[in-house]
Design a protein around this ligand. Structure first.
Ligand SMILES: [Zn+2]
Length: 132
């Protein structure tokens, strides 16, 4: 099952739902939902399913999300789009200069999101990921 991960630069609204730790029966909802909106930036985590949203909120300027998490219940795209990442196959984030590329191995075949791969069907990011 592929997971949809927002592309860097997209504007999204992410809705999360967590158990309400203050809830008790009959008085409060058992779950708390929250929506945050902003521009997608690279996550600090080297995991292809993670993305970060720059919300500009003074109390919480950057929110980190795991697109695979059950707590992320909705991602709305205001601008931009997403990349489909396979969960049954392997994927790596490879940092190169100021950019981070997504290398995936599906059915034994590697792919990369960089320009070099688009033209040559091979690149140094795949070589780096294959060594891991
Ligand atoms: Zn590459």
């Amino acid at each position: 099952m592929p997971v949809t991960v927002p592309n860097v630069g997209s504007r999204v609204r992410v809705t999360t739902m967590y158990p309400n730790t203050y809830a008790y029966r009959g008085k409060y909802d058992n779950y708390v939902t929250m929506a945050r909106e902003g521009i997608v930036i690279n996550s600090i985590f080297k995991d292809p399913f993670y993305f970060a949203v720059e919300t500009g909120a003074p109390d919480h300027p950057v929110s980190e999300y795991n697109a695979k998490s059950q707590h992320v219940i909705k991602i709305e795209y205001l601008t931009g789009g997403a990349t489909s990442v396979e969960t049954s196959n392997k994927a790596w984030k490879v940092k190169s200069g100021d950019s981070i590329y997504l290398v995936q191995r599906m059915n034994g075949k590697y792919s990369c999101t960089c320009k070099g791969f688009e033209f040559r069907r091979e690149c140094k990011h795949i070589a780096a990921a294959a060594k891991k």
